[in-house]
Design a protein around this ligand. Structure first.
Ligand code: SF4
Length: 167
């Protein structure tokens, strides 16, 4: 419960224009606090939370009606500016903190995660954490172009069970 409250507070802070680096710090502090209070992250029913989804961009090159309805995601819609996104280093820091709390699977998602420039560099950073199943959800449109770099970065390394899932 304490963890959920603190995480909730951290995310609410985001809505109050918390800088990405401040949010990353807040999440890492939360993870450290919980590691002392409780060795694993649990949900409201006390079940260990093993999976963490990390959205690396709110942008997508598709406009599926149920996800990005045209009346909202029109030409006037403003996606997050680059300076409001967590950097790869900040994402890795948060992922590492959660891994220490029992998270064993990380799924990179979006929007469309392959639109994030240099996504393979993030995969490489996350692959260094170890003992982590690293997965990525994609609409597949850029996969042919990115597959080799992602594989080289470790998305299909021996140390990590990896999976590419289409929307
Ligand atoms: S491809 Fe996925 S992220 Fe993009 S609009 Fe469709 S459901 Fe949403």
């Amino acid at each position: 419960m304490a963890l959920l409250g603190l995480v909730g507070r951290a995310w609410r802070s985001l809505n109050h224009k918390l800088l990405p680096c401040e949010l990353a710090n807040r999440l890492v502090e939360t993870a450290r606090y919980c590691a002392v209070m409780q060795p694993v992250v649990v949900d409201t029913r006390g079940r260990p939370v093993r999976d963490l989804r990390i959205s690396v961009t709110d942008r997508c090159n598709f406009r599926c009606g149920y996800c990005m309805p045209a009346e909202i995601f029109n030409r006037e819609y403003e996606f997050l500016s680059r300076d409001l996104l967590l950097s790869f280093e900040e994402i890795t820091r948060v992922a590492r903190a959660f891994a220490q709390l029992g998270t064993s699977k990380i799924r990179l998602t979006g929007g469309e995660p392959l639109l994030r420039k240099g996504i393979e560099d993030l995969v490489a950073l996350l692959a260094e954490i170890g003992d982590l199943e690293l997965t990525l959800t994609t609409n597949g449109s850029l996969l042919a172009r990115k597959a080799e770099a992602l594989a080289k970065a470790g998305l299909r390394s021996e140390e990590h069970t990896s999976e590419l899932q289409s929307h």
